[in-house]
Ligand binder design. Sequence first.
Ligand SMILES: [Zn+2]
Length: 204
Amino acid sequence: MGHSTKPTHKKCPVKRVIMAEEATSGTNRGKTVEQCQEMIQRSFRIPMVKFLREHLYKSGCYVGNNFIKAVNCEKEVAGGYVPGKGIIVCSNHVNIQDEVNQVVIHELIHAYDDCRATNLDWTNCAHHACSEIRAGHLSGDCHYKRELLRGFMKLRGQEQECVRRRVLESLKGNPNCSEAAAKDAMDAVWDVCYNDTKPFDRAP
Ligand SMILES: [Zn+2]
């Protein structure tokens, strides 16, 4: 029996996982696809977006203007990253520029993780959790001002608590992670991933 130890690069029938983020202002009407597309273009002027695109490029992944698309989403999500394809922003679930900026920044961190790691498996709960921890922490999603707008008033320890809550929320969208598996995976990788601030020197 001559079986090779080398991994085969066949197209694997993995379930498509889309890293999606909870929408924050579900009650508002949202924007049209055209308006949202303009907001995406505006987000490209933000230093943090420029910085992430630059580092994606340096890591060998080019993020062109078409990489990020506005679409209408059925699910209550603000946006998502589709591995190997690009980023979507849900026009019908965003209302202000800051929300679009946050989605773009958050998803660019997923794209960066995808780009720098050759063996990242989004179907693996721990891998997915790690990227959500980083994206939640580094994007400023959990800045206290944004949390106050969401109606969360607690200030002490709020940042980590907010990241945890949103990581679990995102992992719900992964068909491979049960609620218990998601929590275990998050706890197991928390310290390493929360402290991994690349490509930033420290959490912005
Ligand atoms: Zn995410």
